[in-house]
Design a protein around this ligand. Sequence first.
Ligand SMILES: Nc1ncnc2c1ncn2[C@@H]1O[C@H](COP(=O)(O)OP(=O)(O)OP(=O)(O)O)[C@@H](O)[C@H]1O
Ligand SMILES: [Mg+2]
Length: 378
Amino acid sequence: MLRLSVSLLKATLESAADGILAVDLERRIVLFNRRFTEIFLLTDEALARRDDAYALDCVRDLMRDPDAFRSRIEEIYRHPDASSFDVFELKDGRLIECYSLPQHLAGVVVGRVWSHRDVTARVRAVQQRDQLLQEERRARADAEEALRLRDEFVAIASHELRTPLTSLQLVMQGLERRLAPGLDIEQARAAVARCNRQIRRLADLVDALLDVSRIQAGKLELQPSEVDLGAVVRDAAAQLADQLAQAGSELIVHAEGPVVGRWDSDRLEQVVTNLLTNAIKFGGGRPIEIVIASDGRTARLSMTDHGIGIDRGAQSKLFERFKRGVSAKHYGGLGLGLYIARVFVEAHGGRVHVKSELGQGSTFTVELPLSQAAPPPS
Ligand SMILES: Nc1ncnc2c1ncn2[C@@H]1O[C@H](COP(=O)(O)OP(=O)(O)OP(=O)(O)O)[C@@H](O)[C@H]1O
Ligand SMILES: [Mg+2]
């Protein structure tokens, strides 16, 4: 009968999916199964001593945090009456769930039985699911933010397009009324100039929208030729002479000599125009300085205004699509100028950055390799 019980116990032990270890109060190993040795990569020799402390020394180096493992085991042994539950991580990435119960004989504790289970696959699956869930949540939040920005942009763009249209309508209606009784030529000339300004504004807005859709479609192609950066700045400044005069900002350009590189002059003029319209718009009517220089490899254009400046936190976002640092109520604009400027500069293998203090003004710097090497961004 006893032999039958022992054989049944042995069979049960060996068929268990968990690694089992029984230890008496002197910390002698009373019993273990094959699975236990497999989990902790223990040899028969290591267990032949039947010494739990020695077995613990053998597994020590397997553990991710050997000291924490050892002190936790000692703490469990200090409370012979208590059960325990832990998950230990091994250096090879496995996670072992470790459960122990005091062994009683006639109501007295005579040792402890440990059972160990490799739960790596289960835990990793849960971790993976959590990570996927988090990524999905983040992607959804990003998509919602993109949608919100787009909706806001459509509203701003419609308003921006509507404003010059309304001005145009008013000037044209005024002209129409005055046509009948015989029109004063000077008044007509002024009205046509006003119309042209609004038409130019409309064309600029539509160009910006076209540029963005071209960039988004990956259809930005540069047409490089020998270009003098100083000439580009002069052309952009001439186009904006009216706006400069209206704002009362003086433009001072410093250039030691020609800075010539292989660039797309139209795109570069757009970059300078976008920076300069900002300097005019946010420059508070104070002087604007442009410095052009070259170190033989890189051309550098920096534009400084002494206007409202930009909050530190907002600075890194300004070069993204639709991002603005001011409210639409106070300043017009689509929030596209700096984004387009950055993409154009990067398409030339260059970079653009800003230094600014709130209330003190801003300096935008464009750096361009003299010979354009980088391909347009994808
Ligand atoms: N020189 C500057 N001084 C202060 N703030 C600036 C300056 N340049 C840009 N900013 C800030 O950066 C934001 C983004 O500029 P960006 O040129 O991209 O857009 P915008 O001028 O608002 O509109 P758009 O140029 O499309 O008409 C601006 O709304 C403004 O908050
Ligand atoms: Mg702008």
